[in-house]
Design a protein around this ligand. Structure first.
Ligand code: HMG
Ligand code: MG
Length: 298
């Protein structure tokens, strides 16, 4: 099979930063978003409108969304947990929201303080309203192969939630290996089940690289015709409610990998690496992107 036209969905400013204990000031978040857009990234998840008591790092979402200068042709989605978050987000001119039910009971309780079913009910309220308001809705499912509390997750349940998210009006469902325990084998088993209810062009893959399987998991998924891939600048990321979860697949590594497959991403790798260095320097830590490290050492 051939791989072409991959759409990169950058989650660094949201998934990447939400797990950082050092508060990143609004102007640094905004500058990071500008640098990502300048590098040619067309989808940048910028903020979440969750409870500030739960995730303090994301508490300046309104300021971020009101301050960024939007580039034409760039999509700036935000993550929304409930109608309260949706109402706040609507004050800052957004075009796309992402909702995020869990694929496991244990993680749903820890991350959303409710059952999977109750979570789906709340997310449906958001999706229905957003569709009514003319917004695009993206659905995430977390813990699609494994849960830090419940262990391995059966693909059948994930396929069912995928179906429900499309019924709510999602244009795309992103399958999240929140804690990065997946392997090429478990990804294949997941794809076979989920593709019974969805078309590959309506799915995205969201890998965390905890066990170093991100790129091989991605290759396994791309074999099924997936066209959208989530990644995070410099491999930042993790969920505060998923014990042991580390960063996402790094955007620099993803772009380098896609070059190798002959996929034209229209992303400027030099500028992307600069964006990665900018945020890593601010956080005072070494980049998690192997490509960024390799090119910075020269
Ligand atoms: P709760 O405490 O059960 O909510 O939290 P509640 O409805 O009982 O309300 C409690 C208080 O929170 C109230 O305030 C509400 O007003 C307030 P009080 O009366 O006590 O002063 N509140 C809010 N405030 C601001 N914005 C809101 C909001 N909602 C309620 N939207 C809730 C339930 C869902 C809100 C909470 O559990 C929460 O915020 N969870 C989000 C956790 C999170 O952000 N996790 C990380 C993102 S998920 C992820 O990273 C995975 C992903 O990347 C995919 C993957 O990796 O697989 C997407
Ligand atoms: Mg994530």
């Amino acid at each position: 099979s051939t791989v072409s036209d991959i759409r990169i969905y950058e989650v660094g400013p949201r998934d990447g930063l939400q797990n950082e204990s050092k508060f990143v000031p609004t102007d640094v978040k905004v500058e990071l978003i500008h640098k990502l857009a300048a590098a040619g990234i067309k989808n940048i998840e910028c903020a979440s409108f969750v409870s500030p008591k739960w995730v303090k790092q994301m508490s300046d979402g309104i300021d971020v969304m009101k301050t960024i200068k939007r580039s034409p042709g760039v999509n700036y989605p935000v993550l929304i947990p409930n109608l309260k978050g949706y109402e706040t987000a609507m004050k800052c001119n957004i075009e796309e929201v992402a909702i995020f039910p869990a694929g496991s009971e244990g993680f749903s309780q820890k991350n959303l303080n409710c059952s999977v079913e109750e979570g789906l009910k709340r997310f449906k309220e958001v999706a229905v309203q957003a569709v009514k308001d003319g917004l695009r809705v993206r659905g995430y499912i977390s813990c699609v192969v494994g849960c830090p509390y419940d262990g391995p997750i059966h693909p059948k349940g994930i396929a069912k939630i995928t179906e429900e998210l499309f019924e709510m009006g999602c244009y795309e469902v992103s399958l999240g290996d929140t804690i990065g325990v997946g392997t090429a084998g478990s990804v294949q088993r997941l794809m076979r089940e989920v593709l019974k209810v969805a078309k590959p062009e309506n799915l995205a893959l969201h890998f965390h690289d905890t066990y170093g399987q991100g790129l091989s998991n991605l290759l396994a998924g791309l074999e099924f015709g997936i066209k959208t891939v989530d990644s995070s600048i410099s491999g930042l990321g993790g969920c505060p409610y998923a014990r042991g979860a580390t960063g996402n697949l790094a955007t620099e590594d993803l772009v380098y990998f896609l070059y190798g497959l002959g996929v034209n991403t229209n992303v400027d790798l030099v500028k992307l690496i600069e964006a990665g260095r900018y945020i890593s320097n601010f956080l005072g830590k070494m980049t998690e992107s192997r490509v960024n490290r390799a090119l910075s050492d020269r």
